[in-house]
Ligand binder design. Structure first.
Ligand code: ADP
Length: 525
């Protein structure tokens, strides 16, 4: 059978913790999905930036090609203008069926020009298929820029066709210094697009070195996220990276915070469930203790009642031979009635304490005399039970302001326990002494003792030690010591215990001396 406490624990876990754990798992899996979505949006954004840089380089060359047709000075002058104005253009080479015309950059030596011309002619011949396709395009009204194979380091060769008149088409080769083009023509565009948000670089694929970037970047921070080939310069790649925290970093950071928050929330819930469970368990324990208390009290009351009943019945029947015997019976009835009234008082006081209605009336008292009275009242009963009592009074009467009824009640409770929990050695000592700050009353027995663990619990209401033969046999309500503790708290004092299984138990009541304890003025006479 599952214990009710455990059942509640399982139920709480099911009701409170499981749904939240499921929710957390669901959220965490969603976070990953969200991360993937954000990542793909971000990737396509980077891709479109790279696309626009690529498109722009295409536009620059197409713009030059257009200028040959649309410029107002005629092809040759326009070419010369373009060559002189653009640092990155090395040469234009016009080829039609009749002539081959080279327009190189100024100041190129004559022999270099001859070599260049030969090279361009070779390239023209080697890329014949390609050029034919460009001519087909122009015939259908579309001018396309072609990239030709050209084996000169750092140079790129482009070709496009143009219609001269309705019958003839000519080819234009354009020789460009690649790095100059990237720096001069693409650079400003890259700066404009990147602004302060991105780091865009151009990488020489063969050497894997960066030949241009919009910002000087610390190597350590470099982490290119997207890389695309430049259409017009296949030997080069464009790379892009977000400045500062990347979206991935941000998403990861957010994901981590979310996961941490969820875990913290789950932990709080678990903690809450544990507290509720603990509380319920305590309440259940208390309910159990209360029901034990009722059965214990009934049991305790029954014994003196039975004795009173028996002795009074015998007296009533007049069967007792001598006056002495009668006296003895009356005494027993008296003692048992006192015990009963003590028990009932204890319970009433306990209930007053519980409801916060117990009042104390403090005044200066002769504590030695109080203890003497207690011993007078109980002495006979104790002697009858075989107890030897030793009382060491205060040498000098301490100045104590106390509620003497309450203190007597505390001492009676302690003596009562000493009687109940003594086994073979039936001796009780009451030793009083004082130092500069406190007056102490020790109630000592040589009984069964209290384990260290139980010493921490015996002052709790309803707590009773359940291990050990005698502790189990002896009936009690479990409220005596909690009442004593309450009385001592009200006196601004303390109850402490020293005990061992072999040596018995010593309870000490410590009362602060009057001059240390101005709180207790005489409030009631
Ligand atoms: P009870 O009515 O059970 O005596 P108390 O509150 O007076 O209730 O005491 C609580 C528990 O402390 C007792 O059940 C007993 O086990 C233990 N106890 C109290 N006084 C002594 C003592 N003098 N020697 C051994 N055990 C004691």
């Amino acid at each position: 059978m599952i214990k009710p406490g455990l059942k509640i624990g399982i139920l709480l876990t099911l009701i409170l913790v499981l749904p939240s754990l499921f929710f957390s798992a669901y959220e965490i899996s969603n976070i990953n999905q969200n991360e993937a979505v954000i990542d793909s949006v971000y990737s396509s954004q980077l891709e479109s930036i790279l696309f626009s840089v690529n498109q722009y380089s295409d536009d620059v060359i197409s713009g030059w090609a257009n200028q040959l047709d649309k410029g107002k000075y005629g092809v040759e002058t326009e070419i010369k203008l373009l060559v002189s104005k653009n640092y990155s253009i090395d040469a234009f080479f016009l080829i039609d069926s009749l002539k081959h015309q080279l327009f190189p950059k100024e100041k190129i030596p004559e022999d270099s020009i001859t070599i260049l011309k030969r090279n361009l002619e070779n390239a023209f011949a080697n890329n014949a298929g390609n050029i034919e396709r460009l001519q087909e395009y122009i015939k259908s009204g579309y001018q396309k820029i072609g990239v030709l194979d050209f084996n000169r380091k750092g140079k790129s060769l482009f070709a496009f066709a143009r219609t001269v008149d309705s019958l003839s088409v000519e080819t234009v080769l354009l020789l460009v210094d690649t790095e100059k083009f990237i720096k001069e023509n693409l650079g400003p565009k890259i700066q404009g697009i990147a602004q302060d948000q991105f780091y865009i670089s151009v990488i020489d694929k063969k050497r894997n070195t960066e030949i241009y970037s919009n910002v000087v970047f610390d190597e350590g921070e470099k982490n290119i996220q997207q890389r695309r080939q430049i259409w017009l310069f296949p030997a080069y790649d464009l790379g892009i990276q977000m400045k500062g925290n990347t979206i991935e970093d941000l998403v990861r950071e957010r994901t981590n915070t979310n996961i941490i928050m969820l875990i913290v929330m789950d932990l709080i819930l678990l903690l809450g469930a544990w507290f509720v469970y603990r509380n319920i368990r305590q309440q259940m324990k208390l309910t159990q203790l209360k029901s034990d208390f009722i059965s214990n009290v009934s049991h305790e009351i029954r014994t003196p009642l039975a004795l009173i009943n028996m002795y009074s019945e015998t007296l009533e029947m007049g069967r007792l031979p001598s006056e002495e015997k009668k006296k003895e019976y009356y005494k027993v009835i008296n003692t048992e009635a006192n015990r009963l009234s003590n028990m009932v008082n204890n319970i009433l006081n306990f209930s007053k304490i519980e409801s916060g209605k117990r009042e104390y009336h403090f005044r200066e008292a002769d504590i030695n005399a109080e203890i003497e009275t207690i011993l007078e009242n109980y002495g006979q009963h104790l002697h009858k039970k075989g107890f030897e009592i030793k009382f060491e009074a205060f040498d000098e009467l301490p100045k104590l302001i106390i509620d003497k009824e309450a203190v007597s009640e505390a001492i009676i409770n302690l003596i009562d326990n000493a009687v109940k929990y003594s086994d073979e050695t039936k001796r009780i000592e009451i030793v009083c002494h004082a130092d500069l700050e406190f007056a102490y009353i020790n109630v000592i027995d040589f009984g069964i003792g209290i384990s260290k663990k139980d010493q921490l619990l015996i002052f709790d209401k309803f707590y009773r030690v359940s291990s050990g033969d005698l502790a189990n046999k002896v009936k009690g309500s479990g409220i005596g010591l909690s009442i004593v503790k309450h009385i001592m708290d009200a006196h601004n004092g303390q109850i402490t215990v020293q005990s061992s299984k072999e040596g018995g138990t010593c309870f000490t009541l410590s009362f602060p001396l009057r001059y240390k304890n101005e709180r207790f003025e005489i409030v009631d006479i």
